[in-house]
Unconditional design. Structure first.
Length: 277
């Protein structure tokens, strides 16, 4: 009788563990609020399976413009933010929403436009190109979505001495959508558009678009990662989120980022050897 009771107790324990095992396994996931460029470029589709194989942690991505991604984190609806607008990221830290910021990788922005280049800006520096586009009223597509790319675009107009709110006209089209949609719109209307190089390389619906301005140092595009502050939001999965941050800036994660290529072209360049902010 004691043996039968013991067998029943063991079976009960095994059943209980089996019942809870899926819940335990399912809990090994985090939410990362990130930019549309890391998603649209295919980087996450490449990186995240590597990370999951290495750690068993699943990453669920909310892909938005950088401003929206940071707002998602401000509401406590993400464990990690991985974006590309350093001034906005530093403000996020100053407000106490993030723990520490780390550089992860960089690429650059490019200005794309129609092959016939109606504004005649191919090969110019970015400031001259934007001044010319505005002066000639050539079609320009803006994301208009508070993304890192949108913030960079606005900063470039300002550097070019153009008061964009006052200078807006039919030539300037804000779409309030992500990078892929902006490129699709520019392709459809034969307009100019500022894009991160990663999304440009992976973009297949180019139509008559080509890169007309690149290589200007003002087009540098830095990405950073931060754990959302668990002291402000106890629901943040501190250990799992930090594991993702640590992996991204580790030699293994940096090598994985460098290894992501399309048609032999490297989309992002790791630079986590610099200390985080």
């Amino acid at each position: 009788m004691p043996n039968r009771f013991l067998s029943f107790a063991v079976a009960l324990c095994i059943g209980t563990v089996a019942a809870y095992a899926p819940a335990i396994a399912e809990d090994r996931w985090i939410i990362v609020a990130s930019t549309t460029s890391t998603q649209d470029s295919g980087l996450f589709a490449y990186l995240l399976p590597i990370f999951k194989t290495r750690t068993g942690i699943e990453v669920k991505v909310i892909a938005q413009g950088t401003g929206q991604a940071l707002d998602t984190a401000r509401r406590g609806d993400a464990d990690v933010v991985f974006v590309h607008a350093k001034s906005q990221e530093e403000k996020f830290l100053d407000e106490g929403f993030g723990v520490k910021r780390f550089d992860v990788m960089y690429n650059d922005f490019v200005l794309s436009g129609p092959k016939d280049d109606p504004a005649g800006v191919k090969g110019k520096d970015i400031e001259t190109a934007l001044k010319t586009i505005q002066a000639k009223g050539a079609s320009f597509v803006s994301r208009g979505d508070r993304s890192g790319t949108h913030a960079a675009e606005l900063a470039l107009w300002k550097q070019a001495g153009i008061d964009l709110p006052a200078a807006k006209g039919p030539w300037y089209r804000e779409i309030g959508q992500g990078m892929g949609a902006a490129l699709n719109t520019a392709s459809a209307i034969n307009g100019y558009v500022l894009s991160d190089r990663g999304t440009w390389i992976s973009f297949k619906n180019r139509g008559d678009l080509q890169i007309v301005v690149e290589g200007d140092k003002r087009l540098f595009n830095q990405y950073g990662v931060m754990l959302v502050n668990p002291e402000k939001y106890p629901s943040v999965k501190k250990e799992l989120g930090q594991a993702f941050v640590d992996w991204l800036i580790s030699p293994e994660g940096q090598a994985a980022i460098a290894g992501y290529k399309i048609d032999g072209q490297q989309l992002f360049f790791p630079d986590a050897e610099k200390k985080g902010a």
